[in-house]
Design a binder for this molecule. Sequence first.
Ligand code: IVH
Length: 677
Amino acid sequence: MTDNSKIKLLYKKKFNEITKHNKLYYTKDSPKISDFEYDKIKQDLLELEKKYPFLKKDKSINDIVGAKPSNKFKKIDHLSPMLSLANAFSLEDMSDFLKKINNFLNQNDKKLTLFCEPKIDGISATLIYEKGILTRGLSRGDGKVGEDILENLKTIHNLPQKIQSKDVPSIIEIRCEIFIGKKDFTKLSDKFANPRNAAGGSLRQKNPKETSKVPLKYFAYGFGKVLPMKFTTQEEFLQKIKKWNFTINPLSEAVNNLEDIETKHKQMELLRSSLDYDIDGLVYKVNNLSLQKRLGNTSNSPRWAIAYKFSAEKAVTKIKDIVIQVGRTGAITPVAKVEPVTVGGVVVSNATLHNEDEISRKDIRIGDTIKIQRAGDVIPQVVSVDISKRHKNSKKYIFPKKCLCGAETKKELSKSTRKHDAVRRCTRGYDCIFTAKEKLKHIVSKEAFNIDGLGKKVIEQFWDLNFIKEPSNIFDLNYNKIKNLEGWGELSINNLKKAIKKSQIVSLDKFIYSIGIRHIGQENAKILAGFFSSIKEFSKLFDIKNRKKILINLVDLDGIGETQIQSIENFFLNKTNTRIIENLITKLNIKDYVAQNSDGKFSNKKLMFTGGFKDMSRSEAKEIAENNGGKVLGSISKKLDYLVVGDSKPTKSKIEQAKQLNIKIILEKDWNKILNS
Ligand code: IVH
């Protein structure tokens, strides 16, 4: 082969590779490589083209990869975090949502007005106006930090770049959804699988001229920071911004009860296909903004809003095989490998079967014809089996009792419910290589160490190459070895180094969450971090003698129960777990926990509640105490500073105990006075 043909061949190989990844990214919306890896291939191709111009004769790489999102956008902070929404899938879920709100606000029989808006299936963006001038435009990013896409947003023709009104706040963050009309989408080239992907691709263009070629539209639906705040309801906010020339969705309206919700849902489900934009459900928001403020947020989503999704799209296919997957908590999940089928514009070849009980309840077998459904980003599920199509020789599926690592699996007995868990688990923790690999993926994920460039695929690859076998290895990577791998170059390696270095400084709560103790999610990790305060204190759990004493004390923490304590104990009983976590600690700079609201009326005070309050629920009282720097305990001990006694049915023995221990008692009327002071 001549040198030129060798080069052509190499070029063609890389060209095909990038075409494949483009397709995975745009049409399947499931990229298989990191941006760094992608950039490396692109860079190699550009270099080849520069060196050997004859390669460009047919098509240059620039002709096909113009739209790949870039990681080179400037990062900017949102002024207030952009949260996501919890989902409801049935009227029952909506009824629960209403009940929860009324319970939290302790207003059982009061009427609650919700504001209902279509949930646009597009790309969210934040617009920041200072003194009425659009100064910043951001993508969602991780909700805290977004990318500077201002110039691209400015190409949307009816998006106000100035708010011309006397009553414009000095700062206002407007949240909106960017989309492409369905009709406009059909006129675009077939590079994208659906309008949402096309809107995303267009918004992430480096060159705003490219963005302006696609007719983007938007609906404004919410706000972040507003100074000074003058609105009192969601409806009033929308009407006001409409006057300021923002486009709001015309199908939005206030609703007052579950019947209204049901009617609206049916009506919109029928209307859905006739709209020129995709919607995947309706968003319901508590209309009154002061109630919204009282309700506040959980870690990721507001308590005052929910997305009631339309029924999932369904499709019929056949099960080719059933395999098992091991999760980071050792959970064994059966997965059906199905004949590829398109559901809601996405090709599906896997569907979850949840657990052993689900398989036997539905009597799901290999070879069965099944109906699957896919709702939003949720993994497709098997809805039903068509028994009439079953082969007469088919056999019941026998669920494997062993993990992929060969160890026996267990169904745990819950101490609180005394029932066996539906899920089988491998209990070997880091000793099981399948669990260990998943734990690594969790550690590098967004909510944990958030290491850009070290995604799931790279972890798989580095695991196979023996580069990373436990978390501490992340910080000892041999970059010379990585340099020789396909897809890695100087730029991507430098970025990876930077991301890893950045992740070494971590807050105690993030660290506790990251190590992946079962039942310890983000919220519980914060509670534990508040209790331990420093890694030094937390590390005392490694020693069995200390551990017992500490675990007893955890019972005091409101939110931590027997299940969590048992799980922490099990985690540290495993010697491999402790060794691995100790190794990890040596690589990190773990910052002492600073409560988000350490200053306030109850700064550094420990409170406990007994009895009910007239104007608020226990949950709201707890949240207020925490937002004011206090810690809420679940039992009486010397450590307690205040026992807050609600007028309705307080526990007498608790008051007695508190008196004996000289703990200050706050009565309901005093509590209200403190809050209003
Ligand atoms: S309200 C605190 N209203 O859905 C979150 N979101 O899952 C408040 N979306 O990121 C979101 N239409 O991109 C809201 N009318 C609407 C919406 C809407 C679409 C998107 C938005 C958000 C995502 C939440």
